[in-house]
Design a protein around this ligand. Structure first.
Ligand code: ATP
Length: 360
């Protein structure tokens, strides 16, 4: 079920101040995909989600779910939440501690007054799907965080919604469980023909889980793309910075030649991946730490810059090294066995295909 949002605005008044939570959002969320709204705290993700669900009333604009207009100020349309065919999973799971797993999951069907046998069959089916069969009678409080999350998912799915919405559903889980549950969720959703809208400020979660990511800032959509596209070919400095760790360097385009773009920056003259930025225009050079090829000593070569190792942090699979090049400090991820020592010289080879240019 495709969702289309056009010209959506929403402001709040808080302590006498007006806050623009949504500032003219235009967005098409494709059917049967996992679509993530990603952005820093306060950028408007939850507000947008709540407007789609119908828990928040926008100021202006339109919302369509599967072609049906569910909200329009101009046309005076406001379809109530329960008639929008949506399921929702919240950060807090919102499952009821005094109820059993079965009763929690059955709840949306019970309030609709479905026959008991039908409810039992549907609940059994969905509990099997989220791999909680056999736990029907257990009080919801006697479940692990990951299991509670699955109860919340089962309850959102039991009414067979057209669209399922998630508001930071994994943020209460510890790091390891969050990773496991994220993979599980991806697998569950992949087996269903359902449109999923997922809100998070966690870039790793967004990259790993989504078919498509919309990066938001200050009530607006900045950029939309597949995870790899957003990570490797961001068009905006804000997006390049938000989606992963990056060395961002102010630069000016010198010109284009031989299928490459030449730039001038504090590192010197650097050959980059071809870009459409005109000669003379200001750009930002984005260097991901994992693509800096760092070697100890002074090695000469094309697109090689020289500096001094300022720090090395061992963080497990990799080392994180800071290399001072002129007045700049570049972050690099290096193999734990790379022969680098703090205070000694280092050379960094920059592969042109990993020198991404984004708007200044
Ligand atoms: P987070 O990741 O922290 O949940 P978010 O991107 O989901 O943030 P929103 O919760 O949508 O952001 O908030 C957008 C803006 O609107 C923020 O500036 C927030 O303070 C403000 N806001 C949200 N809800 C209200 C409210 N009920 N009253 C006043 N201001 C609000």
């Amino acid at each position: 079920m495709e969702i289309r949002v056009t010209g959506l605005t929403k402001h709040y008044v808080s302590e006498g101040r007006s806050v623009k939570a949504l500032d003219g959002v235009d967005l098409t969320i494709p059917a049967n995909r996992i679509f993530t709204l990603l952005g820093p705290s306060g950028c408007g993700k939850t507000t947008l989600l709540r407007c789609i669900v119908g828990l928040e009333t926008p100021d202006d604009g339109e919302i369509r779910i599967g072609g049906e207009l569910v909200w329009s100020r101009a046309r005076g349309i406001a379809v109530p939440t329960e008639r929008r065919g949506l399921g929702m999973v919240f950060q807090t799971y919102a499952i009821w501690p005094h109820m059993s797993v079965f009763d929690n999951v059955a709840y949306p069907l019970t309030v609709r007054g479905l026959p008991r046998a039908q409810i039992a069959a549907k609940v059994a089916e969905v509990l099997r799907f989220v791999q909680l069969e056999g736990m029907e009678r257990r009080p919801a409080t006697r479940l692990s965080g990951g299991q509670q999350q699955r109860v919340a998912l089962a309850r959102a799915l039991v009414a067979e919604p057209r669209v399922i919405l998630f508001d930071e559903p994994l943020s209460n889980l510890d790091a390891k469980l969050r990773e496991e549950t994220r993979k599980e969720l991806r697998r569950f959703l992949g087996q269903l023909d359902i449109t999923a809208i997922y809100v998070t400020h966690d870039r790793v979660e967004a990259l790993a889980l989504s078919d498509s990511i919309a990066v938001m800032r200050a009530g607006r959509i900045v950029e939309i793309g597949a995870p790899r596209q957003i990570y490797f070919q961001a068009r905006h400095r804000f997006v390049a910075d938000f989606i992963g760790r990056a060395n961002l360097i102010d630069a000016t385009v010198r010109g284009h030649a031989g299928g490459a773009t030449q730039i001038d920056c504090a590192l010197g003259s650097i050959t980059c991946a071809p870009s459409g930025h005109a000669a003379g225009s200001p750009v930002t050079l984005c260097l991901r730490p994992e693509f800096l090829q760092v070697r100890g000593g002074t090695v000469e070569g094309a697109n090689v810059v020289h500096g001094q190792v300022e720090s090395i942090d061992f963080v497990g699979e990799v080392n994180e090294a800071e290399i001072r090049v002129g007045g700049m400090l570049l972050l690099a991820r290096t193999a734990p066995d790379a022969e680098l020592a703090v205070g000694s010289p280092a050379s960094i080879a920059l592969a042109p295909e990993h020198c991404l240019l984004v708007a200044a």
